[in-house]
Design a protein around this ligand. Structure first.
Ligand SMILES: NC(=O)c1ccc[n+]([C@@H]2O[C@H](COP(=O)([O-])OP(=O)(O)OC[C@H]3O[C@@H](n4cnc5c(N)ncnc54)[C@H](O)[C@@H]3O)[C@@H](O)[C@H]2O)c1
Length: 436
């Protein structure tokens, strides 16, 4: 294989296209958005990711990568378009099938089609069914259209972490599942050219379920510690101490509570299982609902912390869905900010800062502006910059020295020493002193 066409030049598609281009493939990157195509063709990246700019520049200047609104004939096609959920949390696969329909007229015998987007079980097979239905010339036996399709079709899910995408695309182990053994082998051969981690072969449905299971595992485990955080608050103890001590058990590894779960994966993918198997996924659904309820819980605590202030000024620190990245998709921080804005936007002021996020629709302000005369410093994201804040300096600028740390990220001793009342998510105040 010498040429690859990558459909969707986002967080996954653009790094993947650049890696293949820099590995010597002729790569056509395709995106539905004109500005994305223009930026990539001028050697610039439209998403912020460590090392990506250099990779895109190199791929474009070598002539190995070019971007376009339309796909071109290639040996392999990789679909890396979004897979959000719809209004009832059902998977929205419209982008996947729109991308598939664009490449179907270009397919030739022996080509490979890879679904890299995260999809519900059975989707890769449905893509093959659409190919077989629209291109009977690629079907060897009309009685078995998918089985006899002369195009290879496989699923190759991603498990990268924003902020480390380029490193993890190469180094992480991968799972690849084809519709048949030849499809799997063909896709493994392609990915071997850019992946240094181990590639595990399986079938397409297993590969789809592996990806969904990974994110569901994290979601369920986060919901567990979030639930414990609520219980510990009521008990007047710290969930952080409980987790630290519980994790001394050799076979316990609890995750970290927080103000909610966001991003394009963990907050979305478990619904793909729930929507297909509603009767059998009570635990997964309960976990999703628990995590989705966290922003409202944070807002309830904020209401108590600003009760009695006529025009409260609230300084929200952080907008992204996790620390040290600019990705704000499905961010609980933004949900909390918007809920607070609805409550206090008129009679008070709610401001938001994030040094990583670049969102046109969000009125982000500088760190200096966000805390000016604030009645509450509300830490929503564990960016390094917030951890490094000097509470003595902040104390000079705020109106009331109250901080609510929903990520347990600040050095609370230093903030207390600077005169702040420190409140931490999952940490309750004991009504009476413990005995002994
Ligand atoms: N971002 C992550 O960290 C991550 C990790 C693992 C898996 N995934 C999965 O990878 C897939 C892609 O995610 P992403 O984060 O790269 O999305 P993204 O939103 O960053 O990028 C998707 C790109 O596809 C383009 N697009 C949409 N429909 C198109 C079409 N029909 N033709 C051409 N271009 C089209 C969009 O304009 C956009 O630029 C999703 O299924 C996601 O769940 C993402």
């Amino acid at each position: 294989m010498k040429s690859v066409c990558v459909i969707g030049l986002g967080y996954i598609g653009l790094p993947t296209a650049s890696l293949f281009a820099n590995a010597g493939f002729k790569v056509k990157g395709v995106d539905a958005k004109e500005h994305v195509v223009e930026m990539v063709n001028s050697g610039r990246n439209h998403i912020q990711e460590v090392g990506l700019r250099t990779m895109v520049e190199a791929a474009i200047s070598s002539g190995q990568l070019s971007a376009s609104l339309e796909p071109a004939c290639s040996d392999a096609f990789i679909i890396a378009v979004p897979t959000p959920f719809g209004p009832n949390k059902e998977p929205d696969l419209s982008h996947v099938f729109a991308a598939a329909r664009k490449i179907i007229p270009l397919l030739e015998v022996g080509n490979l089609v890879v679904v890299e987007s995260t999809v519900p079980p059975g989707t890769t097979e449905k893509v093959a069914e659409v190919i077989a239905a629209e291109r009977p010339d690629l079907v060897a036996d009309p009685a078995r259209p998918v089985a006899s399709l002369q195009v290879h079709v496989a699923h190759c899910p991603e498990r990268v972490l924003p902020g480390r995408i380029l490193k993890e695309l190469v180094e992480n182990d991968r799972v690849i599942g084809g519709l048949n053994a030849e499809s799997t082998e063909c896709a493994v051969d392609l990915y071997k050219r850019i992946v240094s981690g181990t590639i595990y072969s399986t079938d397409a449905t297993t590969a789809e379920m592996v990806k969904l299971s990974e994110n569901t595992f994290r979601d369920v485990n986060i919901s567990l510690v979030n639930e414990l955080a609520i219980i510990c608050e009521k008990l007047g103890i710290s969930v952080w101490e409980v987790i630290e001590l519980a994790n001394k058990h050799p076979r316990v590894k609890m995750l970290t509570p927080g103000p909610g779960v966001g991003g394009h994966c963990i907050a979305v993918d478990p619904w793909f299982i729930v929507s297909e198997f509603p009767e059998d996924s009570n635990l997964i659904k309960a976990a999703r609902l628990r995590n989705d309820a966290m922003p409202a819980l944070v807002v309830e605590r904020v209401k108590k912390l600003v009760a009695g202030i006529a025009s409260p000024v609230i300084a929200c620190l952080g907008a992204s869905y996790k620390g040290n990245v600019g990705d704000a998709r499905n961010s609980p921080a933004i949900e909390i900010y918007e809920k607070l804005l609805a409550l206090y936007g008129e009679k008070g002021e709610v401001r938001i800062n994030d040094m990583y996020v670049d969102e046109k629709d969000l009125p982000l302000v500088s760190l200096r502006e966000v805390i000016e005369k604030a009645d509450l410093v509300l830490v929503l994201v564990d960016h390094f910059e917030y951890r490094a804040l000097d509470p003595l300096e902040i104390a000079k600028k705020v109106r009331r020295k109250v901080v609510f740390d929903t990520r347990n990220t600040l050095n609370h001793e230093r903030w207390r020493a600077a005169g702040f009342a420190v409140h931490v998510l999952g940490s309750g105040v004991r009504a009476t002193a413990p005995k002994g």
